[in-house]
Ligand binder design. Structure first.
Ligand code: PLP
Length: 395
């Protein structure tokens, strides 16, 4: 296991388990949550409205609607396009299941294509080749925070009259040629899940180009009702609501927005801290038998969400799964983002997707390991992660 030994016993580099993706929570978040609890109003209300406003200003574009997850944001975006049965949505084969599940829940068919092996993002050539008369939208994922080639994807969408919806779950801070992620198409969908760059516990945001789309999403996110619940019960007096269509229970609570407001206020210093950690990893791993992330493309800003290394057993002398186990033994939490979608039984059986049809995504999914990258990591934590990686590669 490649460890120092004391009295013949292998020693771990750290005593306490380092939780993968544990967020950096400040006192401001704690105080705001407590204030929410004391206010008597926990549900959707003024803090959600403020968080939406802050987010829209941060992005400088569109209309923001807060929801309770990126999964909900993706689902509502697909419904609002709208999609019909038989419509196809081209997306990446290397993503979290939520990306394609949103398409399926909207009654349409996801069409995954292989990724570029360097960027791990949608390969525009593959996207162009997958367009059919049934294609309705392109759904790129800015994978691990690296922005997709939005100029090429926008051009394909324009050529064929397709909608563009960006899955920005990893990419709050990312930009491509000076333009922020989530502002290239009809909708940008963001995640504030516990491990993300900005967290609210569970949470998400839709950034919509059109005011009408944003209004429809707001209605769909709360049962299809015409008024937000907090307006129903506000001090203006009780207001009746009317159900105009069958919606969902996808609204964000003030309790969540209370965290998000302060997380968003610190988004840039948190990104800077992750950049420092990223650079330490790049330097420490340069000589190791691992593949480290490719540098960011010119004129882009990487969201630096996940630092992933590829463990190729032939080169590293250890399998990816053994490496995961060794890291855990060394008290360092790790992740896998993600197995190729075609590895999952549901999609194989339902759609006939086969791993061999996505060779790059399949190889990456079988070799990838995500290392801790939270802004909450101390310099000593980073040193421990580096030591654990080195030891996990030793025979
Ligand atoms: C690429 C991608 N899309 C969507 C999601 C779903 O986000 P949420 O957990 O907020 O629903 C995730 C979550 O990890 C993700 O990684």
């Amino acid at each position: 296991m490649g460890c120092d030994e004391v009295n013949g016993e292998p020693q771990r580099p750290r005593e306490r388990f380092l939780v993968f993706g544990a967020p950096a929570i400040g006192e401001a978040e704690v105080e705001e949550v407590v204030a929410s609890l004391r206010s008597g109003w926990l549900g959707t209300g003024p803090k959600v409205a403020r968080f939406e406003d802050d987010f829209r200003k941060y992005k400088g574009w569109g209309h923001a609607v807060a929801v309770n997850s990126c999964t909900a944001a993706l689902h509502l975006s697909m419904l609002a396009l709208p999609l019909a049965a038989g419509d196809e949505v081209i997306t990446t084969s290397l993503t979290f299941c939520a990306t394609v599940n949103a398409v399926i829940h909207a009654g349409a068919t996801p069409v995954p294509v292989d990724v570029d092996p360097q960027t791990m993002n949608l390969d525009p050539g593959q996207v162009a080749a997958a367009v059919t008369p049934r294609t309705r939208a392109i759904l790129p994922v800015h994978f691990v925070g690296r922005p997709c080639a939005m100029d090429d994807l926008r051009a394909i969408a324009d050529e064929h009259g397709l909608a563009l919806v960006e899955d920005c779950a990893h990419a709050v801070e990312a930009s491509f040629h000076g333009r922020p992620a989530g502002t290239f198409g009809d909708f940008g969908c963001f995640s504030f899940y516990v491990t993300k760059n900005v967290v609210t516990g569970e949470g998400g945001m839709v950034l919509a180009r059109s005011e009408d789309h944003a209004a429809r999403i707001k209605v769909l996110a709360l049962h299809g009702m015409t008024r937000d619940a907090w307006r129903r019960f506000s001090d203006e007096g009780y207001r009746h609501y009317y159900v105009t269509e069958v919606g969902f229970k996808y609204n964000m609570m003030d309790l969540q927005a209370a965290i998000g407001i302060h997380q968003l206020a610190r988004v840039e210093p948190s990104w800077e801290r992750r950049r420092e950690i990223w650079e330490r990893y790049d330097e420490a791993f340069a000589g190791l038998p691992l593949e480290t992330p490719a540098p960011a493309e010119p004129e882009t800003r990487h969201g630096l969400h996940l630092y992933t290394v590829l463990v190729d057993e032939a080169r590293a002398g250890v399998s990816r799964d053994a490496f995961l186990e060794r890291m855990t033994w060394h008290n360092v939490g790790v992740g896998v983002h993600y197995l190729c979608l075609a590895e999952h039984p549901f999609y194989r059986h339902e759609f006939g997707w086969r791993p061999q049809d996505y060779p790059h995504a399949t190889r990456i999914g079988r070799q990838t390991v995500s290392l801790p990258l939270s802004a909450a990591l101390s310099d000593d934590d980073v040193t421990d992660v580096i030591a654990a990686v080195e030891r996990s590669l030793e025979g």
